[in-house]
Design a protein around this ligand. Structure first.
Ligand SMILES: *[C@@H]1O[C@H](CO)[C@@H](O)[C@H](O)[C@H]1NC(C)=O
Length: 119
């Protein structure tokens, strides 16, 4: 097979797998938590959460993404466990864990569904 044919074959398999997931609608663990897009989703969650805070509350900054699952639903739901710390405190202080749920539509519009302390 020529390389282009192989690529098309791989893409077709990926589409079939996604379609299968769409039917089941189950949560799938995110294999690569360092993925750039996963990090973007986590940053979006923290920034959006911060934008809803009162002026006297120190905003959070993202430290790390520690766990996550996705669910295919006419788009994707991301359920992430993140560590975040108040922006005026050093990362060395440790930070706290939060569970963030973000919905991303098929046209990549993100919406923060929930952001709650996690322990
Ligand atoms: C960070 O800011 C909050 C709220 O403004 C304040 O209560 C807290 O003492 C500050 N922490 C540090 C390490 O400056």
């Amino acid at each position: 097979m020529r390389p282009i044919t192989i690529l098309v074959a791989i893409a077709s398999v990926a589409i079939v797998l996604q379609a299968a997931e769409a039917v089941t609608g189950g949560w799938q663990p995110i294999k690569n938590l360092k993925d750039k897009h996963v990090r973007e989703i986590a940053e979006f969650a923290v920034i959006t959460y911060d934008s809803g805070l009162g002026p006297r509350i120190e905003p959070l900054k993202l430290v790390s993404v520690d766990g996550g699952e996705t669910q295919i639903v006419e788009g994707t739901n991301y359920k992430l466990l993140v560590t975040a710390t108040p922006a005026n405190e050093s990362v060395a202080a440790g930070g706290d864990m939060y569970q963030a749920i973000v919905y991303e539509s098929l046209s990549n519009v993100k919406k923060l569904v929930s952001f709650i302390p996690w322990d």
